[in-house]
Design a protein around this ligand. Structure first.
Ligand code: PLP
Length: 406
């Protein structure tokens, strides 16, 4: 049997719990700023027009069936996914020292990477994640038997990067430690290192022989430019790092529930690098087989259709600019409303931060007060999803913030 002292009741996932509370709220003024998914200017989910087109193409293909896919996923998908995140002219691809497996979206890619490192990594058993980070990082790495520790990231006063604290932690960690790095649009803070700061981080990691584990859930969604959002990954590869990347197509394709993602492993330049990566790929395939057997087809087929067609690809880039552009506009709108209201504090961080989320700096007590009084739902750490804001609610939200901070 499973007594309560051995199988205690687990807490509800905070984000899914927040969504449930939002749905139950009957106020006509309610605003959902918890959701980590894009919303259009009418606060509605958005199916990317290019995804509609790819869907149509797939449905009209009489050859398509529902047979099992390969263990490593659809090759036309994983090849293009690698081009996108590693760079199509990446030395890692030219020198055949990268391997890619399709996964259950970004979460599955992080999990597969964690599992592989837990089994084969010869360095430290501690994985360092930013403080704060996407909550799931903690449980994914712990679940495979690794220890999780944190490095400083968010500076409470500036609401920007605690770069000095971060560097010190990288210096002080034992050599060969694993560091999880958000490639762009850091979740939950929206704070990213600059390219100069990435260069410094890479130099320390190289000196300390640390292992970079990139998590990339927002490529193209952050700045609207695919290459710019993958800059850090490209740079680390150019520097010859051995590294892994978890890549999600949930946000940048709006394919949240379809679970399209990819895991990439890259080895350092060496004469036997192609053999090394082949061995790594063979072990990843065994892990994949025992975990999910083979990945789901539909989302990857959509992504593959778009990435393999130059015209659809340009249309996708246009759709990315629509999403990132609307979010950037909402950042400016929120900041100017708060500044117009002369809300106490500084609000430049709203426009300095990037991607889906903003760390407002509101305290848990203020978050709860806004929830009760204004029916605005955000996570207790003061994170808001910028995508939940639109022309109809941004002023209402700014006034609610103004009221609680006074
Ligand atoms: N990693 C980070 C940092 C994220 O923010 C997310 C989604 O919110 C993910 C990974 C994985 O998302 P998914 O499994 O939906 O691709």
């Amino acid at each position: 049997s499973f007594p309560a002292n051995l199988v205690p009741q687990a807490p509800e996932d905070p984000l899914f719990g927040l969504a449930r509370e939002y749905r139950a709220d009957e106020s006509p003024y309610k605003v959902d700023l918890g959701i980590g998914a894009y919303r259009d200017e009418n606060a509605k989910p958005w199916v990317l027009p290019v995804v509609h087109k790819a869907d149509e193409i797939l449905r009209n293909n009489p050859e398509l069936n529902h047979e099992y896919g390969p263990i490593a996923g659809i090759a036309s998908f994983t090849t293009k996914a690698a081009d996108l995140i590693l760079g199509s002219d990446s030395p890692a691809l030219k020198e055949s020292r990268a391997t890619s497996l399709q996964t259950i979206s970004g979460t599955g890619a992080v999990h597969l990477g964690a599992l592989f490192l837990a089994k084969f990594y010869q360095g430290g058993r501690t994985v360092y994640v930013s403080n704060p980070t996407w909550g799931n990082h903690h449980q994914i790495f712990k679940n495979v038997g690794l220890t999780v520790d944190t490095y400083p990231y968010f500076h409470k006063e500036t609401k920007g990067l605690d770069f000095e604290g971060m560097k010190e932690a990288f210096q002080n960690a034992p050599d060969h430690s694993i560091f999880v790095l958000h490639a762009c649009a850091h979740n939950p803070t929206g704070v990213d290192p600059t390219q100069d700061q990435w260069t410094e981080i890479a130099a320390i990691m190289r000196e300390k022989n640390h292992f970079p584990f990139f998590d990339c859930a927002y490529q193209g969604f952050a700045s609207g430019n695919l290459a710019r959002d993958a800059w850090a990954v490209h740079y680390f590869i150019e520097q010859g790092f051995e590294l892994v990347v978890a890549q999600s197509f949930a946000k940048n394709f709006g394919l949240y529930g379809e679970r399209a993602g990819c895991f990439h492993a890259v080895t350092s330049p060496a004469e036997d690098a192609p053999q090394t990566i082949a061995r790594i790929g063979s072990q990843l395939a065994i892990l994949q087989r025992s975990e999910i057997s083979n990945p789901p087809l539909y989302g990857a087929r959509i992504v593959s259709t778009v990435l393999n067609d130059p015209e659809l690809f340009s249309e996708w880039e246009e759709n990315l600019r629509t999403m990132s552009g609307r979010i950037i506009t909402m950042r400016s709108a929120l900041r100017s409303k708060l500044e117009e209201l002369e809300t106490p504090g500084t609000w430049n961080h709203i426009t300095d931060q990037i991607g889906m989320f903003s760390f407002t700096g509101l305290s848990e007590a203020q978050v709860m007060k806004i929830r009760e009084e204004a029916h605005v739902y955000m996570t207790k750490n003061g994170r808001i999803s910028m995508a939940g804001l639109n022309d109809s609610n941004v002023e209402y939200f700014a006034k609610a913030v103004d009221k609680v901070v006074r």
